[in-house]
Design a protein around this ligand. Structure first.
Ligand code: ASP
Ligand code: MG
Length: 469
């Protein structure tokens, strides 16, 4: 049997009646029944989170959530499902889920405590809701479909609440058994299930990652991600002038861009598909011509004549600067620190050391905890620990960074000529990325200057390098 596509439909294209009509339209462009992994409707995940968080303080906190769901129910289900019986079935199934959710939330209200795992359970509801709704609409249009829930099919994770990793080997053994028929399958994205059968989220934006895992487990032909933007660009259109669309990226480039803040993909999307050499294709749902993907990501190495392909910004990473004479020479100090942080699920995004300082790049929301944990270690050699949160990390991505002459010089000159202070920089962390850290106030200026120098300026188009184009 030839392979099928796994499609991911994101929250940005799950808004209203028009979005559902667009989905029906794209479905027709597939020759084989695809597997569709869905996000929650636009804004629903945030609403679920707010409802849970304010549950203990406010009385009627659930109202706005249920109002929003009611709006979706009446504007989409009632409008789009013609068949009375299918409409009623769909409403019944949704109401049943809503009752479960309400009961669960009432339980939390009653015990006056939000357990960690409650976030995972409650937020996963948004994706289930999307799958149920689309199933009803498909049935009304005579499209045979079934929902496969990750917890039933066995999308096994490491059990870390809020930010789990998928156990691809374990998942691959079970997942294909749930997809044997020649029908459209709908899968709620964003979560998997721990070995103890608890729902675990894959981090915000995690539907990309679950779709990639399903693509891997099913050996899909491609992972098609439908959004309302033109794929990857040379810079974020909100911040830079005339960004150009990037037609092709390698897995490494896409992974670096996603890792360093390009919100277009969940940072872990590339991992599963790269293992099986499955291309990722990004499509814009608003285009009437569905043939051409906006960006294709695969293993084919393409080196841009200018080496750099895109500049992105990560506003969530801060610096934890560990100072002390000779700190860079002390054997074992980094391993002690990283062991402690690892035990508390704090990831070190990057390390830059010198003789007198170790700079750890850590997510800003975890950096204070990291500071406390390291302080408690009482390491004699450390004289000072400084937390820097008012910074941004700007990354320039493109294969061939470590081999080309002048890329870094050009980036650093562009920034320093504007009098912008560079706090830290790292060249060649991988062959595909160079990054620098600047004060938060300088972020936009730095981004614009780098984008201008690399992509807008007419002169010096060619990098002096020995790389073949
Ligand atoms: N609905 C989830 C979120 O908003 C997951 C996703 O959309 O990918 O983060
Ligand atoms: Mg997303």
């Amino acid at each position: 049997m030839s392979k099928k596509a796994v499609i991911k439909i994101g929250g940005s294209v799950l808004k209203n009646q028009k979005s559902v009509e667009q989905i029906l339209r794209i479905l027709k462009s597939y020759k084989k029944n695809p597997v569709i992994v869905v996000s929650a409707f636009y804004g629903i995940t945030d609403k679920l989170k707010q409802s849970l968080e304010s549950l203990l303080n406010e009385e009627n906190t659930l109202n706005s959530l249920f109002e929003e769901i009611l709006r979706i129910k009446s504007s989409i289900i009632i409008e789009l499902i013609d068949d009375d019986k299918i409409r009623q079935n769909t409403l019944d199934e949704l109401n049943k889920e809503l009752r479960n959710l309400r009961q669960y939330l009432q339980g939390i209200y009653y015990i006056r405590h939000i357990p960690e795992k409650a976030y995972d359970y409650v937020l996963s509801f948004g994706e289930k809701f999307s799958a149920l709704l689309l199933k009803g609409i498909f049935a009304d249009k005579n499209i045979a479909s079934e929902i496969v829930y990750p917890e039933e099919a066995g999308l096994i994770t490491d059990g870390i609440f809020g930010n789990a990793s998928i156990d691809l080997d374990a998942a691959k053994k079970q997942i294909p058994d749930s997809f044997t028929k020649d029908i459209v399958y709908l899968v709620p994205g964003f979560y998997g299930v721990s070995k103890k059968s608890e729902i675990t989220l894959l981090g915000r934006g995690g539907t990309d990652y679950s779709a990639a895992a399903f693509a891997y487990c099913l050996d899909a032909e491609s992972l098609d991600i439908w959004k309302d933007v033109n794929g990857f660009m040379s810079g974020d259109p909100k911040h830079v002038n005339n960004p150009q669309r990037i037609k092709h990226l390698t897995y490494s480039e896409a992974a670096e861009l996603a890792y360093f803040g390009a919100g277009i993909l969940h940072p872990r999307t590339v991992e599963p598909v790269r293992l099986a050499n499955i291309p990722i294709k990004l499509f814009n749902i608003n285009h009437t011509d569905f043939i051409e993907a906006q960006t294709v990501i695969d293993s084919h190495i393409s080196i841009h004549p200018k080496v750099s392909k895109s500049v992105t910004v990560d506003n969530n990473t801060g610096i934890l600067k560990l100072q002390g004479p000779g700190v860079g020479y002390i054997p074992g100090i980094l391993s002690e620190i990283s062991k402690t942080l690892h035990l508390h699920n704090i990831n070190i995004n990057s390390v830059i050391t010198s003789q007198i300082a170790i700079n750890l790049l850590i997510d800003k929301d975890l950096i204070d905890s990291a500071y406390r944990l390291i302080s408690k270690l009482n390491l004699q050699v450390l004289t000072k620990i400084v937390v820097k949160k008012d910074v941004s990390l700007i990354a320039v991505v493109g294969n061939g960074m470590t081999e080309a002459y002048g890329v870094a010089a050009r980036i650093l000159t562009a920034v320093s000529e504007q009098g912008i202070n560079i706090q830290l920089s790292s060249l060649g962390a991988s062959d595909a990325v160079t990054y620098l850290i600047v004060d938060k106030k300088d972020t936009n200026k730095a981004l614009q200057e780098i984008h201008y120098t690399l992509f807008e300026k007419k002169a010096n188009q060619q990098i002096n390098s020995f790389i073949e184009n």
